[in-house]
Every structure is written in structure tokens, then in C-alpha cells.
Design a protein. Structure first.
Length: 331
């Protein structure tokens, strides 16, 4: 298997982990493994242009593609396409509870079909040389969190999957919205810890509810990796501590201002390609969370970045509303 350090990763999140967010994340961390939004097999095989679904910049690496689908042949074909496009990993979504994906046998509903997931993994692995991984839940609906999860992991591992990222809560496919599924079912970290203890030969990562790097470090005492979702998006400065705290290396950003300035050339390039400023800056709205001027920064972008012809001047003016940090004192 390709040597890919997945100690810390940012979860795939629809409408959030776009290529623009990922470029921004790289101004804060070099080491975190980043994931795309979930892309369905249908979008890759029948959508046009393919760049819309698979396009990315070299700066985003290491980068994994998350696929949504259940047909083994289609998933294998898409995995091969992903490898050709330069992705470092292909991840199968077995965790999303959305009605839209359930109807197409995509996401968390596949927890009820371990043999189908195993067949998909087997076909994907035969088609690529990069890792094929699975992101799943600890169960769905009335499944037994012990027996049914054990059966699912064993079945899919037998097909050759060596890496499982487990969202440590059940998904309720009826009666709860996708938003409620992120909060209502209780988190069960100990179940994921037991899974790792029972399968020392597998890479078991944990996802769900993690908000601080201290919490991540604690989880890494029990599992192989941590994946953070909403907090990494809504409070992106969290990522600035990842390289130092979890990898023992200096990160790329000396300050929040430095991270924003580092993204400026990327924003200029994307604007030149025809992107709208608000589609780029929406990912930075949480950068100055809790800082003096942070609300003014957010408000200025929210009120002006969507305007016709909005350019770098709007971004620069927003930055000017946040006092630059005092230089660090020597010693």
C-alpha cells in the first residue's frame, strides 16, 4: 500500500471541502490529509467537463477522492480515473445519511450490505495501485453496534480493505435529517477504540465531534488517525497547529494574516479564470473567529464579495479591518 500518513485528516464535506477550501487549508497545514467532497460515480462517468468534479491544484496534496456509489464496476472505473488524475487515495462513502444518496444505494445505507461493499472494494483494488479506503458509521438504525459493525468490518477487510475511518455515531436513515444525524445519535468513541483493539492489523481512524487538537491527541492513544470535519471548516485556524502538535514540524502560517496573504495569489488566479470572489472567500469567514475585528472582516466579505466585479480590493479591505498581530517578543 502507498505510504500515506493519515494521522490527521479533514473530513469530506459536501459544499465545503471544495478545491478552493483545500487550497486555503494548505496555507495552514502541509501535513493534513485532505479529502474532496463526495463525488458520485455518475458525475464522473457522465458529467462534463470532468475537470468540474476532479480538478485540483498540486498545492492540495496529499489529497484523497471520496466516491459515492455501490456498483462495483462503476466504482472500479472511477477509481482508475482518480488514480490517473493524481489522487493519492480513493475513499468509499459508507457514512452519508442523506435521502438523496440512500435512494441510489450510496452512503450509510450500505452498512446493511457488507457483501456489496466488499465486492466494490475488491473491484476497486484490482483497478488501482493507490489505497482504497472506507469511511463508515458504527451502525445504522436498529443495527447492533457490536455484532453488526464487527461483521461489516470483517467482511470488507477480507476483500482487502486495510483502512477504515469510522464516524463514531450511528446514522438514523428514517426520522432524522442529515443535519440531525450529525448531532442527535450519541457519540460512542469506546466502540471505535474496541474495534482497533480487536483489529491491530487494520488502520482504524476516528471521526465525529472532535473540536480541539488536545482531543485529537487523546484519541490517537487509542486509534491510528483522527478526522475532523465541521470544526476544521468553521474554525480553520485549528489547522495551523496540526503540523506542530501532531507531526512535530513547523506549519506554514506564522499568523492568520499570513495565511490570508498566502492565499492572495491563488484568489487572483481564480478570479482571472472567472471565479466569483464570494465563492472563494466564503471559506475564510471563520479565519479570524474570536479576534478583534473578526466580525467586521466577516461582515465586509458577506456584504461585498458577492457583488458584480468584486475583486482583490474587497478582500484587502476586509483584511484591513482586522488589526495585524503584534510581533512576537524575542525569547
Amino acid at each position: 500500500m502507498t505510504d500515506l500518513d493519515r494521522t490527521f485528516s479533514v473530513a469530506p464535506m459536501m459544499d465545503w471541502t471544495t478545491r478552493d477550501y483545500r487550497a486555503f487549508a494548505r496555507t495552514l497545514t502541509r501535513r493534513a490529509l485532505l479529502y474532496t467532497e463526495m463525488v458520485t460515480t455518475g458525475a464522473i462517468l457522465h458529467g462534463s467537463p470532468r475537470e468540474r468534479f476532479l480538478g485540483h491544484d498540486a498545492v492540495e496534496h496529499p489529497l484523497a477522492l471520496q466516491l459515492g456509489g455501490s456498483d462495483a464496476g462503476e466504482l472500479a472505473e472511477c477509481a482508475a480515473i482518480a488514480e490517473a488524475w493524481g489522487y493519492a487515495e480513493v475513499n468509499l462513502n459508507v457514512g452519508c445519511p442523506s435521502d438523496r444518496v440512500q435512494n441510489n444505494l450510496i452512503g450509510a445505507c450500505l452498512m446493511a450490505h457488507p457483501a456489496k461493499v466488499a465486492a466494490a472494494v475488491r473491484a476497486m483494488r484490482a483497478a488501482v495501485t493507490i489505497p482504497v479506503t472506507v469511511k463508515c458509521r458504527i451502525g445504522i438504525d436498529d443495527q447492533d453496534e457490536d455484532a453488526d459493525l464487527a461483521r461489516f468490518i470483517a467482511t470488507v477487510a477480507e476483500a482487502g480493505c486495510e483502512v477504515f475511518i469510522v464516524h463514531a455515531r450511528k446514522a438514523w436513515l428514517e426520522g432524522l435529517s442529515p443535519k440531525e444525524n450529525r448531532d442527535v445519535p450519541p457519540l460512542n468513541y469506546p466502540r471505535v477504540h474496541r474495534l482497533k483493539a480487536q483489529h491491530p492489523e487494520l488502520h482504524i481512524g476516528i471521526n465525529g465531534g472532535l473540536k480541539t487538537l488536545d482531543e485529537c491527541r487523546e484519541q490517537l492513544r487509542h486509534v491510528d488517525s483522527v478526522m475532523v470535519g465541521r470544526e476544521a471548516y468553521q474554525n480553520p485556524w485549528l489547522l495551523a497547529g496540526v503540523d506542530r502538535r501532531l507531526y512535530g514540524e513547523p506549519g506554514p502560517a506564522a499568523s492568520r494574516h499570513a495565511a490570508a496573504e498566502a492565499l492572495r495569489p491563488y484568489i487572483a488566479n481564480r478570479l482571472a479564470e472567472g471565479a466569483r470572489l464570494n465563492h472563494l472567500t466564503r471559506h475564510l469567514l471563520g479565519l479570524f473567529q474570536g479576534c478583534p475585528g473578526g466580525r467586521r472582516f466577516r461582515r465586509h466579505l458577506s456584504e461585498n464579495a458577492h457583488r458584480e466585479g468584486a475583486g482583490l480590493a474587497v478582500f484587502d479591505d476586509a483584511l484591513g479591518l482586522v488589526p495585524a498581530p503584534e510581533p512576537a517578543l524575542a525569547g
